[in-house]
Ligand binder design. Structure first.
Ligand SMILES: [Ca+2]
Ligand SMILES: [Ca+2]
Ligand SMILES: [Ca+2]
Ligand SMILES: [Ca+2]
Length: 364
């Protein structure tokens, strides 16, 4: 196998040139570039220094880690068809980590036997992370056209060239990859775009696409909304993530509250009813001497009678509620002052809880 890898990559330039790709130099020769990612495999002086690891199809279920700067050969399990990006760690890894590789067609030996030569033997597909493509695009055009080629810009590539790029890993294929940083690789059993290895690292259930049952898939929580896939209410304000980021796009639109900030409009009142543990500014530690126990006891107590906005936590602004998206729901007066005055507190324009000086708590 190792022989095939080396041989295939020696012919990478020919393969890509034939596919009418814009070729940028991979930096394997004469130490003209320092990237360890490109072409170490075929640099004769380095060939014996670079480690090679093999992962069987069985390993892809539990997953495995692809170390940095190692030649890795893996096999995709049978009956699996998975996006490359998902198998190799997810969209965030694809955008930040440089990696590239080649998936064998499986016809290489037969092609060779049939007398084919050069790139005609290697009719598999190359693949590149977005970060690798970007790096190649920014790299100056090579003066030595004899170097190993890497795809320059996929957008400029012909349909034929695009077809030569493996964006889907198919059942039973064997592929080579080298990465600039560690990649968590695995199949994605529950189809939530978070592969099994990352599910294990994160602590989510690889057989449940929505581990915390908040209506946002594990993959979306990691890659899009940036919420905690193990907690339905990431910011602990009493409102579930899905109830706050309603369209689950990771942004806080005008019609939404933030799933990551407990007090979206920063008016001193929590988005929910204020009982959530994410509203600490409304509480303080009160300590006293417990006569029965004969020792000092501390409790977390509310220091203000006004502490929340969506009091029934239905993610709607109902009667008697202030709007958790508006600092001053009723115009002019801020929501904290408004609620405080409703309870008969003294007006205190221009100040917002918890800076507001609190008189004695009302009798219960
Ligand atoms: Ca998954
Ligand atoms: Ca979830
Ligand atoms: Ca929340
Ligand atoms: Ca608020």
């Amino acid at each position: 196998m190792r022989h095939y890898i080396v041989h295939a990559l020696k012919y990478a330039t020919l393969t890509l040139a034939a596919a009418v790709l814009v070729i940028a130099a991979a930096a394997l020769l004469k130490g003209t570039q320092t990237s360890s990612l490109s072409g170490r495999l075929v640099a004769p002086q380095q060939d014996t220094e670079t480690q090679t690891m093999h992962f069987s199809a069985d390993r892809a279920v539990d997953g495995f880690s692809i170390p940095a700067d190692v030649n890795v050969v893996f096999t995709v399990p049978n009956n699996v068809r998975i996006p490359r990006i998902t198998f190799l760690g997810g969209t965030d890894k694809d955008q930040t980590i440089r990696y590239w590789g080649y998936c064998y067609s499986g016809n290489e030996a037969a092609n060779r036997t049939a007398g084919k030569i050069g790139n005609a033997i290697y009719d598999g597909q190359f693949f590149y992370s977005l970060a690798e493509r970007k790096a190649q695009e920014e790299r100056p055009q090579p003066t030595d056209s004899g170097l190993l080629g890497i795809l320059n810009s996929r957008d400029q590539a012909s349909p034929q060239a695009r077809a030569s790029i493996a964006e889907i890993f198919h059942s039973g294929r064997t592929c080579y990859v080298m990465s600039s940083a560690e990649l968590p690789a695995a199949v994605d059993t529950d189809g939530d775009d978070l592969n099994n290895k990352r599910e294990q690292l994160v602590g989510t259930d690889r057989n449940n696409p929505d581990s915390d049952r908040d209506g946002i898939t594990d993959g979306s929580e990691i890659f899009v909304t940036k919420t905690n896939p193990l907690a339905s209410d990431t910011d602990n304000d009493g409102l579930d993530d899905r109830c706050e980021d309603k369209n689950t796009n990771g942004n806080t639109e005008q019609s939404e509250t933030s799933a990551l900030v407990a007090d979206t409009d920063r008016d001193g009142l929590c988005d929910g009813n204020g009982s959530g543990s994410g509203c600490p500014e409304e509480k303080e530690n009160v300590c006293f001497l417990d006569q029965l126990l004969g020792q000092r006891v501390c409790e977390s107590k509310l220091t203000t009678p006004v502490f929340g906005e969506d009091m029934n936590e239905d993610c709607e602004v109902g009667d008697g509620e202030t709007d958790p998206r508006k600092f001053n729901t009723f115009g002019g007066i801020n929501d904290w002052d408004y609620k405080w005055r409703l309870l008969g507190g003294l007006p205190n324009p221009g100040k917002v809880a918890p800076l507001f000086p609190i008189p004695d708590m009302p009798a219960r």
